[in-house]
Design a protein around this ligand. Sequence first.
Ligand code: R5P
Length: 294
Amino acid sequence: MKIVLGSASTALGEKIAELTNLEKVTVAHKTFPDGESYIRLEGNVQNEHVVIVQTTSTAQDTRLIQLAFMADAAKRNGASKVTAVVPYLGYARQDKMFLQGEGISIETIARMLQAAGVDALLTVNIHAENALKKFPFPAKTLSAIPLLAEYFVQKGCKKAFALAPDKGAMYIAEQAQVVLGGEAGHLDKQRDRHTGQTTQTAEGLNVKGQTVIIFDDIISTGGTIVGAAKILREHGAERILAACVHPVLVGDAEKRILDAGVEEIVGTDSVPTHVSKVSLAPLIAKALKAQKSG
Ligand code: R5P
């Protein structure tokens, strides 16, 4: 097994290689004047199970194309198997046709990766596990929530209330609760599929005087966390913190969240930002070691 350091996740790939003792393959990449991507693997992958680490946040389209090109290059240069480790899997939220006329973006991505030579996929906290069924090859998701919760335990937040901003994320709050040892609950969120606008409500939420950590898979515009923080303040929460696996943080999301009274935002290096205080490397390394010995 060898590990290919995709340009979107070089630092994370390095850490995983260190924890697994896997040999690294670096990648030369450039962007042509017209915007097209070029990649070249700088190591021998003949007869190797190749693990490509490449997140697909931010410039999703470019990073997905680069991933496909790396898989193709690996196969053309003799790799026996290609596993794509994609910490943040872009387009996973479009896993069904919500409105007439739409497609299923994640299924298109899955087929594209298969055509490029990917044989297996490992991701982290995919938005909905349903999306994994769209892959024509083995696809698995890991959870970084225990690692995030452990970060807060180390910061003295044992027994904090774990809050999911919507019912769908309750499983996330429950995973955090196991580590934090406090209570857990969720808000309810409705989304207008045409405008994208959301409204949140709380029923029977008792967080008065508590330290509350809002756990979510993604923070994108920050609207969900800002709305949740408002409700928590109205319900008398003493301290509000926010954690997510994928800190996409579009535009001024971080400022809006902090302005809404959230003390700290904590994310992982699935999307490398200055709030990425928790590394996914140990989680991914453990999964790869199990694959290697399995
Ligand atoms: C949606 O259901 C997700 O779990 C997140 O809550 C959502 O993607 C966050 O987006 P935003 O930060 O734009 O509210």
